[in-house]
Design a protein around this ligand. Sequence first.
Ligand code: SF4
Ligand code: SF4
Length: 378
Amino acid sequence: MSVAVNHTDIHAENSSEFPEHMPSGLRYSLPDTLTIITTYQCTAACSECCFECNPKVQGRLGLTEIKQYIDRAMADFPGLKLVVFSGGECFLLQQNLYAAVAHAHRRSLRTRCVTNGFWGKTQNTCREVVRQLVHAGMDEVNISTGHDHQEWVPVQSVIRAAKMLVENDIVTVVVVEIDAPGSECLQQLMEMADIRYLLQRPKLFHLQCNSWMPFHETSLARRALQDKSELLSGCKQLFHNVTLTPTGELAACCGLTLEHIPEMKLGKQSAMQPMADRYYGQLTDFLKIWIKVDGPYTIIRRLFGDAVQEDLQDVVHICQACAILHQHPEIRARIQQRYMEFMPEVMSRFYLQQSINSHQASLACNPVLNPPEKEGSI
Ligand code: SF4
Ligand code: SF4
């Protein structure tokens, strides 16, 4: 479902040009991230995997295709700064992954890989992978772990990988699933001597705990979210992130429920075809702008008030709320009936936020306000 900014029909067709009503500066700042979901194949088969990845899944993007997508995105999006390689398990691409990272690095883009750390199994495999990453110019690696992940990848592999990455000056983030009432993965990690050592290098190492979204009726319950701010806020991915799936589809985000929301798919993308028209066409879709500004959870609350409180009590992730918003017939109907009431105020906040962002970006480039750091300066 999408809602046109300039029309009253519910399905806004993506326009083929940069929308006239949008500040033209947006073309130069958004999107800033290209996410390439290289494959849905994985060495693990976590029961709550958002893309249902496992070792049997076939299909991955080839090196030529990945390089062409990077070049295409660079040509289309002048604000592009970061390429994220994810999956599935992107390290299954082996040499192709390193070559793709090197390709992005040579084009002055920052690079990040998301992995479960399976390659940290032995000191030798770990050393070889990190050597290749250093050679390719890798900037950051995010390693996922926690209760479900550790059924497939031992925590020792994660720690070995994290240590070797940090020792080679690659920024490393270990992301832990929020624990179930009977598991203590986060606490156990924080008590490990290796992790305590890594935490003393805050410029290179971060440990973070994320909510873990249930995908089945029988899913293991997780502890309550302590901080609900992310759930209640606007979507950080929309318009900032352009995503390519392993089947060569262009997508609006790489959210956990991407495969459950057809409206987030923007169509088949050949590596030679321009991405910009379809991507910027989303800026005519009021519902995406509303999700960006308020977030799906808050939109549902605004449409239904306190009456919906009980129905949302088990929602732990912003993308879970997004899937509910798109799939629930009553919510879709209410959006169609009432979106015009919210449009002026939501659009005002969107324009204002984008103006502030571009002003801040210009201040960051001002050499008087942000002089380059001199060696030895305090
Ligand atoms: S490691 Fe990640 S991609 Fe692989 S099955 Fe688990 S959640 Fe899915
Ligand atoms: S909240 Fe919706 S639009 Fe945003 S990342 Fe999640 S699924 Fe995508």
